[in-house]
Design a protein around this ligand. Structure first.
Ligand code: 5GP
Length: 254
């Protein structure tokens, strides 16, 4: 097999050069990290589930007209994506208090927020991804004011859409982390959704039991991480398909 050029290796994904200019191959690893990568584990099959969950959600977002980098899934762990210039920010939309918001502001986890709240964090591991304001973002030119407007508008649509989709499956979308990139088409530049949307980057709680169905199970040593991710995939209608594909043996050609 021809070896591929590695473009970037992150904590849970690898990017390789794609088959055509302007494309990349995004590979989903089983590696999981938390607490600034001081806590690490390999969760067998996580990459396969996240690849499929992210494909499903990105495709649905394309269907409702939210531009994103996803092109097509290549295999169990890889998807073809458009190459973008990543904006070095994490855009977090919150519906229910949890995580760093609860810690920072002393708001009890589980409190429904008066309205969805958007926060920005600088993507910088060395600085532990600090929260930043629009003032910082524009002053240090991480993004232009118009790009912030585009990210916020897109983030609100994504959050509304995902909240409804998951509620229909008996899951509450507590919060979601999004990343955006600049896509150049000739002289035109557009800001589009990039990275992944998976239980690694969202908080998902079962409506009935309030059970966590996301990466907090790993962060908080609750166990059953893969079972929870599988349950999310199952409710999305993905898991049966995955299992059926795995079960498919060689086909007898008569
Ligand atoms: P918090 O700021 O409460 O820690 O996280 C808010 C949301 O963003 C959660 O859904 C969390 O999973 C996600 N998030 C925050 N930082 C990261 C990160 O560095 N990587 C990933 N994958 N998700 C993150």
């Amino acid at each position: 097999m021809k070896s591929r050029k590695l473009v970037y290796e992150g904590k849970s994904k690898i990017l390789y050069e794609g088959p055509e200019p302007g494309t990349l191959v995004q590979y989903f690893k089983d590696d999981t990290t938390a607490l600034d990568a001081t806590k690490k584990a390999v969760l067998e099959g996580k990459g396969v589930l996240n690849n499929r969950i992210s494909e499903y959600l990105m495709t649905k977002l394309t269907d409702i007209g939210v531009p994103n980098h996803f092109m097509r899934r290549l295999n169990m762990r890889e998807q073809l994506i458009r190459e973008v210039e990543i904006i070095p920010l994490e855009v977090v939309v919150r519906n229910i208090a949890a995580g760093s918001l609860s810690k920072r502001l002393g708001i009890e986890e589980g409190t429904t927020l008066p309205r969805s709240i958007i926060e920005f964090f600088l993507k910088d591991d060395k600085l532990h991804d600090p929260m930043v304001t629009e003032e910082h973002i524009t002053a240090f030119q991480w993004a232009a004011p118009q790009e912030i407007d585009e990210m916020v508008a897109s983030a609100i649509r994504i959050n509304d859409f995902l909240s409804g989709l998951f509620l229909g499956l008996g899951i509450r979308l507590v919060d979601v982390k999004l990343e955006f990139g600049r896509l150049w088409e000739n002289d035109m530049m557009r800001v589009i959704l990039a990275d992944e949307i998976s239980p690694d980057s969202m908080r998902l709680w079962d409506v009935r039991t309030n059970e966590k169905m996301d990466k907090d199970r790993f962060r908080k040593d609750l166990g059953g991480v893969m079972e929870a991710y599988s349950e999310v995939a199952k409710r999305l209608g993905i898991l049966n398909e995955l299992q059926n594909n795995e079960r498919k043996g060689p086909v007898l050609v008569k």
